[in-house]
Design a protein around this ligand. Structure first.
Ligand code: F3S
Length: 397
């Protein structure tokens, strides 16, 4: 692998141990994937932030890197296991809170912005078309590659941290034009509206790609999509199909840059959407928890929730998961007062999947197909998908 003089110095330890170790991680990765050289990244997003995922071994690695490591590019974190300000209200135990704070403190020591969000592109860690990144969260990686047209592989926690401390990543995978072509054509013969429905569509496409062993869908038949619908779609298609890049005709920026796959491989109908939706609703589930914000809620979504909750009271545990900067905008706009006045809770910088709430509730209602997957798989909840309006109706019932 070709290294510049500067990169060789980083590897030789002239800039400290954490940088040396980081370059060792990145050059090893580059050799495994036959990268010819390194590229400079403009932003990093690190996953594996919850103490639930890190454990003591992960924390030890972070502390070692924090001894002399300092970030060289803008770096934010994926959701942590708790809201650092509001953890007691959310029922998180003290021991977990202590350990989670130890992890965040190690990240902060390296200069990492300790806002923890899976939607970094909504809070200022926002690349533009064609820029290189080292992001780790699967839904954000899919959004960056597909919706923004930036370029990132799906990094692991250590490789993302290594990029943060060096500003480099090996050039392979989605950094290269040759790996960004659409492979399987999906034509959507139905109207798809709302975050829940885009999540359902993501599950259909993800499942089908799993069957044919391909990863890059080219999608036609969607006339328009909002940021919120696309972020939900990204989370779902990444969860169910491991997709890190898709093209959507007339919507995503690279849809006409590469040849369109020439056969319609799959036609998706309203019946397919209905059938898959029903797979995301467990029969006879007792819902005692409602959560919106997977991926993290945008200010648009919070504004809609405030409008729907005005003058009402929730009767079930209801979390809105979002990034703290978005919550601050909601505070200033008066949305938080309405939402909290109705008895709903903000869970800032965390989410119902990474928080330690396994088994605490019987059934969860969400507008996210990804949250259904992890609600079942990780937290052992029954699940029910619905629109944001239906989630609110369930919460106040
Ligand atoms: Fe984000 Fe947690 Fe969903 S990390 S995408 S809110 S599972």
């Amino acid at each position: 692998m070709k290294l510049t003089k500067e990169e060789q110095e980083l590897l030789d330890g002239k800039h400290g141990n954490a940088v040396k170790k980081s370059m060792e991680i990145l050059t090893t990765l580059g050799e495994i994937f036959n990268a010819e050289d390194m590229v400079d990244v403009v932003g990093v997003q690190i996953a594996g932030v919850s103490y639930d995922n890190l454990g003591e071994a992960g924390l030890e690695f972070l502390n070692e890197m924090a001894e002399d490591g300092k970030i060289r590019v803008l770096t934010t974190l994926n959701p942590a296991g708790m809201d650092r300000e509001n953890w007691q209200t959310l029922g998180i135990d003290e021991e977990f809170a202590k350990n989670q704070n130890r992890a965040i403190d190690a990240f902060a020591k390296m200069g990492i912005i300790t806002t923890c969000s899976c939607t970094p592109y909504l809070i200022g860690n926002a690349p533009h078309f064609g820029q290189y990144l080292a992001w780790a969260e699967s839904s954000a990686v899919c959004y960056a590659n597909s919706v923004i047209g930036a370029r990132t592989n799906r990094e692991g926690g250590p490789s993302a941290l290594a990029s943060a401390l060096t500003g480099k990543t090996p050039r392979y995978g989605y950094h290269l034009d040759e790996n960004r072509h659409g492979e399987v054509l999906f034509n959507i013969n139905a109207s798809v509206i709302g975050t829940d429905e885009f999540g359902v569509l993501g599950k259909i496409i993800g499942d089908k790609l799993g069957e044919v062993g391909k990863k890059i869908p080219y999608i036609t038949g969607i006339p328009s999509a909002t940021v919120e619908e696309l972020k939900s779609f990204c989370a779902s298609v990444a969860t169910y199909g491991g997709v890190a890049l898709f093209h959507m005709e007339n919507i995503t920026p690279e849809f006409d840059k590469y040849p369109k796959p020439n056969e319609i491989s799959f036609e998706i109908s309203k019946d397919d959407l209905d059938k898959t939706r029903s797979e995301l609703i467990d029969k006879e589930s007792e819902i005692d928890f409602v959560s919106i914000g997977c991926p993290h809620a945008s200010i648009h979504e919070i504004a809609s929730i405030a409008k729907l909750l005005e003058g009402k009271k929730v009767k079930k545990e209801f979390w809105i998961t979002t990034a703290r900067p978005t919550k601050k905008i909601a505070d200033e706009a008066g949305y938080s007062k309405i939402i909290e006045g109705a008895g709903a809770k903000f869970a800032a910088d965390t989410c119902c999947v990474v928080a330690p709430i396994k088994g605490r509730f019987k059934g969860i209602m969400v507008d996210s197909a990804k949250a259904c997957y992890y609600g079942r798989a990780k937290n052992k909840f029954k699940v029910k998908i619905g629109t944001i309006e239906e989630c609110i109706e369930e919460a106040i019932k």
